[in-house]
Design a protein around this ligand. Structure first.
Ligand code: SF4
Length: 205
């Protein structure tokens, strides 16, 4: 095996070990009400990491991220961009257990869960991070930033490029925001071509 293959296999192993550890987590009150913890999933060597808010009803039932209507919209966006969950991206959330009644996670819950996300970022080592919505933006970058003001602007964060954009659930509630989101994803495709794969094919740009 080449050094690169060995390194990739080691990272996959460590991500699996991390998942086993996280599945036991009871560091915050959300452990009391969850049905299933949602670790996140996708390509363990993804160049793009998507981060959402937290599991909703269907994610909590099934243990997978973005499986409801928001997930269907996200899959459509991925398809048009030429990305797939298996090959290019990994999807996680700011908190890994569902907040009751789909409320936003509290600052305490976010703080308890963030160390797990940092470990995932270290292991997956993505070049691009896409933050879906205000909770992801405030949880990872800065609690004071407004998604409506900063979406569509690249942020340099710990050697990676971060693109904040709207959460698919917000796009479903407010279809008028889709135009901005498409512009953001055009930038993501362009950046992916620039720093990962110049021959990347997408249907819309
Ligand atoms: S939300 Fe995060 S910190 Fe809280 S119990 Fe679940 S995995 Fe642990």
């Amino acid at each position: 095996m080449t050094d690169k293959t060995t390194d990739m296999a080691q990272r996959e192993k460590e991500l699996k070990e991390l998942e086993a550890e996280v599945l036991q987590c009871r560091k915050c009150a959300l452990a009391e009400t969850r049905n299933q913890l949602v670790f996140g999933e996708g390509d363990p060597h993804a160049e793009i990491l998507f981060i959402g808010e937290g599991p909703g009803y269907y994610e909590d039932q099934q243990g997978h991220p973005f499986v409801g209507k928001s997930g269907q919209l996200l899959d459509r966006i991925l398809e048009v961009c030429g990305f797939s969950r298996q090959q290019h991206i990994f999807i996680g959330n700011i908190v890994k257990c569902r907040p009751p009644d789909n409320r936003a996670p509290t600052p305490e819950e976010r703080a308890a869960c963030l160390p797990w996300l940092y470990k995932q970022i270290d292991l997956i080592d993505p070049k691009i991070i896409i933050l879906l919505g205000a909770t992801a933006l405030n949880g990872l970058i800065d609690p004071k930033l407004r998604i409506t003001k900063i979406r569509g602007q690249w942020i340099a964060w710990q050697g990676r490029l971060v693109m904040p954009t709207y959460h698919p659930a917000a796009l479903l509630r407010n279809p008028g925001m889709k135009k901005d989101a498409w512009e953001d994803f055009q930038q993501v495709v362009a950046k992916f071509r620039e720093i990962v794969d110049p021959d990347h094919h997408s249907d819309f740009c």
